[in-house]
Design a protein around this ligand. Structure first.
Ligand code: MN
Length: 712
């Protein structure tokens, strides 16, 4: 045995085929990068063997070659070459980022993440895996494409695995990867995967069918060539230049047809398929006309997917003809461009992205693709779950959502229903009170995610709330809200300013009624403000201190104080000039205190709120406030529950909350920690005693082990 045999075997693996395919569409510098990536991967996998006994590097090399056949960009090909290095060798993500850039290392990371998910498949419920995996996928469609090529190559080489793994991998491919390929329009991949799955899941049926097909092939070849020349002549006589090919049916589709339409094997095999490629759309219809006047078409079999493309972008004319011997002929007619998309599906978005195609064009295409996902949703009910997560983070800065009419709006990431409402129309924004997201009532601050269907609920007398500025992200929404508040705020601030001033006067033992116009005139003479309203507005906005103005007024008179301390009564419906702090979320019954905040008016906190400790020593900044007896309003309060992990516990808690006449404003559920799960609710209550009743109801639920009201 020659001493260097293994080394020779490794050096025999050459990237020539990959480079050859890539060179047909990539630039020279990209090819050099590919060669470098190959060298790094080959070194990293050196000495590793696949189950088949081949050097490991053959796998990433062939995966990259598949992707090159789909014309994916250089980054994706490099990532494919390196896709198993982080998981299976000493190479780190950082090293890849340093050598090939962050984009490539992120793609590799993305694929590795999916591989790790696969690892759990054996232990966890299929459905859950499915969901998690798709979520992980949503980062970049190229990750999915690399994973599909990876899976395709693994399926092609499944022979080497033991029977148990063959069945498991085939099952998973059939359930998860095949459907993804189909959804993305990768038709050829979908078919090949299906055939390979069929082969490993039903080995006996596969053997029988493939033997039968082989036996029938000789006969068929003759029929095919006869029909082919008849079709060619017919099209030529109509002046249609076309490339015509006979289509072999794949085994799994023959099998599915036999099952689905209860046809016999020979009946299925008797159908002949042809594909006609022409130069443009006009020629598609011309060819169709030529053939329909040649062989009679089957009624009801004609489909115009050119005028009405399939949801994954597929375009073609389909028709079935009565052939020369009464045999059905299935015909697909399309342009060369449509054919590329039919074969490559979503990959074609990258395929034809040359440097002179503006990115907006690619976005445009993807946008259309997303739009088409909607049609698919309405068509196939059970695919919905699946698609929910595939509606994809292609563009990390944008989020795509649907209007109730099904139009897609793209908004900046982090947008909320408020942004959406202003995007639709300023009036809708100004009057919005609530939103339905995917048919569920949701708070206006909810961050929208891809694929959400958003409906805005408006009310005639509604008005923008300053709190919206905390979460509205679009420039349009923010400027409209500010504009509205500036005009509205002035009026409300004057009213509040008057009340604050009155309070300060009472604190100085002066009745507000005793301040005469003459005093105001004197005051304004030496002041930067020109009118009384201006002064009051500034107090209301917190730009001036009530106590200072009160003293100023008094210094211009000889009134002596007489009354006791007064406080401001809070109803909760004062509008923008009075706000409730988010840290402690006061509700009626809580002892409260008002803090004057510059430019924001009066902020109401609970007296023990930690956020205001510093102000307590500075009485000039705070204002005595108290609740009105019955505000007739609902207030948000945050509560935290620790519950036993048990199916249905959330439903029990939710119904207890509604039995206590309270509304749930939002829910978030933390990751289960051992036997317990933490649930955070924002609920609405009238006051403290209402909250007490609610908590009492909740404590009676056996699964609830702890309840706390959350205040910062
Ligand atoms: Mn792999």
């Amino acid at each position: 045995m020659p001493p260097h045999a293994p080394a020779l075997a490794f050096s025999a693996v050459s990237p020539a085929t990959l480079i050859g395919v890539a060179a047909t569409y990539l630039k020279g510098e990209d090819i050099q990068l590919l060669e470098r990536a190959f060298a790094v991967a080959a070194t990293a996998h050196h000495g590793q063997l696949r189950k088949s006994g081949e050097p490991y590097i053959t796998h990433p090399l062939l995966v990259a070659t598949i992707l090159a056949e789909w014309h994916l960009d250089a980054q994706a090909l490099m990532a494919a070459l390196l896709h198993d290095t982080v998981e299976d060798t000493h190479t780190t993500s950082n090293e890849i980022a340093q050598q090939f850039g962050k984009a490539v290392s992120e793609l590799v990371e993305g694929v590795s993440k999916l591989d790790r998910l696969e690892f759990q498949t054996e232990q966890q419920a299929q459905a859950e895996n499915f969901r998690k995996m798709l979520l992980a996928m949503a980062r970049d469609v190229r990750v999915i494409l690399i994973k599909l090529a990876d899976r395709l190559h693994n399926m092609r080489t499944l022979e080497a695995m033991d029977e148990g793994r063959q069945r498991r991998i085939a099952r998973e491919t059939l359930d998860i990867y095949g459907p993804i390929a189909n959804r993305l329009g990768l038709h050829a991949v979908f078919q090949e995967m299906q055939d390979l799955c069929f082969r490993y899941l039903f080995p006996n049926r596969y053997q029988v069918l493939s033997k039968a097909i082989k036996a029938a092939r000789g006969n068929r070849r003759e029929v095919v060539s006869k029909i082919l020349s008849a079709l060619t002549q017919r099209l030529e006589s109509f002046g249609v230049e076309a490339v015509i090919t006979g289509r072999e049916k794949n085994i799994s589709s023959i099998y599915n047809k036999m099952l689905g339409k209860s046809l016999s094997f020979s009946e299925v095999l008797d159908i002949y398929g042809f594909r006609i490629l022409v130069k443009d759309v006009a020629h598609c219809y011309l060819a169709l006309g030529a053939l329909h006047t040649f062989y009679k078409p089957f009624p009801g079999k004609f489909k115009d997917y050119i005028a009405l493309p399939k949801s994954n972008g597929y375009q073609s004319l389909h028709t079935t003809l009565f052939g020369p011997f009464g045999t059905p002929i299935e015909i697909q007619i399309r342009t060369h461009d449509m054919h590329k998309i039919a074969e490559a599906g979503v990959a074609s978005h990258w395929l034809y992205k040359s440097s002179d195609t503006p990115l907006s064009d690619v976005q445009q295409k993807t946008h259309q693709w997303l739009q088409s996902l909607l049609e698919m949703q309405t068509e196939s009910g059970d695919a919905v779950e699946f698609l929910e997560h595939l509606k994809v983070d292609l563009f990390p800065d944008a989020v795509y959502v649907f209007t109730p009419k099904g139009t897609i709006k793209s908004l900046p990431r982090g947008s909320t229903p408020v942004d959406f409402a202003y995007d639709v129309h300023t009036d809708i924004g100004n009057r919005c009170v609530a939103a339905k997201i995917n048919n569920e009532l949701s708070p206006l601050r909810t961050i929208l995610t891809n694929g959400d269907r958003v409906e805005i609920i408006t009310a005639e007398n509604a008005a923008p709330n300053p709190a919206w500025l905390n979460y509205a992200v679009t420039a349009k929404a923010r400027s409209k809200i500010r504009h509205y508040l500036r005009t509205m705020l002035a009026d409300e601030s004057i009213v509040l300013g008057q009340r604050l001033l009155n309070q300060a006067l009472r604190a100085l033992h002066v009745s507000p009624h005793d301040i005469k116009d003459a005093q105001w005139e004197l005051f304004l003479k030496g002041d930067r403000s020109k009118t009384r309203d201006e002064v009051l507005e500034e107090i209301g906005l917190g730009r001036r201190l009530n106590i200072v103005v009160a003293r100023g007024l008094l210094s211009r008179s000889d009134i002596q104080s007489q009354e006791g301390l007064g406080s401001i009564t809070i109803r909760g419906s004062e509008g923008v000039a009075i706000q409730f702090a988010h840290c402690c979320r006061p509700i009626p019954g809580d002892p409260i205190i008002g803090i004057i905040k510059k430019g924001q008016g009066l902020m109401i906190h609970t007296q023990d709120c930690r956020a205001i400790r510093q102000f307590r020593t500075d009485p000039d900044k705070w204002v005595d406030v108290e609740w009105e007896n019955d505000t007739g309003k609902l207030f948000d309060v945050a509560i935290k529950l620790m519950v036993v992990n048990r199916r249905g516990v959330l439903a029990i808690v939710a119904s207890a909350i509604s039995e206590a006449q309270s509304n749930i404003d939002s829910v978030s559920i933390a990751k289960p920690d051992g036997a317990y799960t933490e649930i955070n609710f924002t609920v609405q209550v009238k006051d403290r005693s209402h909250l007490a009743t609610l908590l009492h109801h909740l404590r009676e639920i056996p699964e609830v082990v702890r309840i706390t009201r959350v205040q910062n």
